[in-house]
Design a protein around this ligand. Structure first.
Ligand code: ATP
Length: 449
């Protein structure tokens, strides 16, 4: 039988990582003799949902096995989840879903909604019942949502790969020890084949997380071969327990949905929204830039955070009348702030004229004049000419930005955001359609030392 196993929500800010649970499950399933019909899938869901731990990632393993093995497979999956979830943490609600056969269109649609919006447990359970799938949940069991969504995202369009190397248990929680210069060298050699290894603005290494989780590093790239080669170039001063190559929707913009008007911007949705800039951008304490856009249905605030680097500078240069497309997550209104788009990208479509008012030039000697006070005209410093009826001049100034797409630097990018370096590399389809076997050692390796 063809079996899809989706699971989510095993970790907490105190530790753990659902991708590591996947690594453990893969080893157990291999031991049972199942065959894998896809790389393990790491599916990022809507990055704006408030109850995520970190990156809102869910996992799916797609296998082929004898019908008689189904019970053993289920038992192994459940045991690993139980033994490796932070069940005593409030808000960790693990869930697993088992679906036999091909993935129904309705499950695919559910996944799209979970990536681009908010879905309900009720709907997940209805679908699970309808297609005779099985689900197991702990605590509130919310991970069932992510599990079903991971099954439904079959990554038939654009996708990327990530090789995640895991630390030995005794090192969890201690500072990660890898040779940063080897990462920078790898980044140069593997340009175009890997992405977001190093932040170009700050030089910061981006492949290592900072928390107490078991991940040593993750290398993102276009093909399994590329991420494996990149991994072989990284020098680590601590032992690696194992590594896994995942097929993912990282760096594909899968979360962003174009919405027709500002009125349609729903809280927590990732959106692409067109509008005309109103007034001048403001810089608020903390260095964040806020600008407003409008269309015929209303206005909405847009925020570019201090970490936005160059994107923040672009936002500051916007002027009234510019036509822009903003990409980002809709933050609901709070007591202090109205509904706001947290901007990930800005596409400047059309620049308005930037006009500033300047004192007039002296009609006698050509020097810039000085104001004599409100409605009292102007006086020339140099030749003393008085012009009581002269008015300020409207001067068109050069714009410091040009139309085009501007993206936040990799250090502040979300997993799903397509980096500039991936534009043009999008994959149109994934041809094998779960009909071929992917050798286990192509994506999973226990490191023996
Ligand atoms: P990590 O990435 O470190 O594994 P996480 O950030 O994925 O952690 P979880 O602990 O998995 O966070 O919490 C996310 C929870 O939200 C899961 O229970 C998942 O089922 C649920 N969820 C994810 N996306 C949606 C959505 N679009 N609508 C409703 N619930 C969702």
């Amino acid at each position: 039988m063809k079996l899809h196993i989706g699971f989510d929500d095993t970790d907490s800010p105190r530790g753990g990582c659902t991708t590591y649970v996947a690594a453990l499950i893969i080893e157990k399933l291999h031991g049972l003799g199942v065959r894998f019909i896809d790389y393990p899938n790491l599916i990022r869901l809507n990055p704006n949902i408030p109850w995520k731990t970190r990156g809102n990632g869910a996992l799916c393993l797609r296998i082929m096995c004898e019908d008689s093995l189904y019970g053993d497979v289920k038992e192994q999956v459940i045991t690993v989840i139980e033994e490796n979830s932070d069940l005593s943490y409030k808000g960790t609600d693990p869930g697993a879903v088992f679906l036999v056969g091909d993935v129904p269109e309705e499950v695919k649609r559910f996944a799209k909604e979970a990536i681009q919006g908010i879905v309900r447990m009720r709907d997940a359970l209805k679908i699970i019942r309808k297609f005779g799938a099985e689900a197991v949940g702990y605590n509130a069991g919310r991970g069932i949502i992510g599990g079903l969504a991971a099954i439904g995202e079959t990554l038939e369009g654009d996708h990327t790969f990530e090789l995640i190397a895991y630390r030995k248990r005794e090192n969890w929680g201690s500072p990660r020890r890898i040779d940063e210069s080897s990462v920078k060298e790898m980044d140069k050699k593997m340009a175009g084949l890997t992405f977001n290894n190093v932040d170009p603005e700050s030089g910061r290494i981006l492949i290592t997380p900072r928390g107490p989780d078991p991940v040593l590093y993750g290398v993102r790239g276009e093909t399994p071969e590329a991420v494996k080669r990149a991994h072989e170039m990284i020098r680590s001063y601590e032992p690696i327990e194992c590594w896994v190559i995942f097929r993912t929707n990282h760096g594909t913009d899968a979360h962003l949905k174009r919405i027709p008007s500002i009125r349609d911007a729903r809280a927590y949705d990732p959106v692409i929204l067109q509008g005309i800039v109103v007034g001048s951008p403001k810089i608020i304490p903390g260095g964040h830039v806020i600008f407003q856009i409008r269309d015929e249905t209303g206005t909405i605030d847009c925020a570019v955070y201090e970490q936005g680097g160059r994107l923040r500078e672009v936002a500051r240069e916007l002027v009234e009348g510019d036509l822009v497309e903003v990409y980002g997550g809709v933050r609901p209104p709070s007591r202090k702030n109205p509904k706001t788009v947290n901007v990930e990208k800005i596409n400047v479509l059309n620049l308005a004229e930037k006009i500033v008012l300047r004192n007039p030039l002296c009609p006698v000697c050509g020097k810039r004049m000085k104001s004599m006070g409100r409605s009292k005209g102007f006086e020339c410093y140099k030749c003393g000419f008085h012009g009581p009826n002269l008015e300020k001049m409207r001067v068109k100034v050069e714009r410091n930005i040009s139309p085009g797409l501007y993206v936040a630097p990799p250090r502040s990018e979300r997993h799903l955001t397509k980096p500039l370096s991936r534009y043009g590399l999008e994959k149109k389809h994934y041809s094998h359609g779960f009909s071929e076997i992917i050798p286990y050692d192509a994506f999973w390796c226990k490191v023996m030392i």
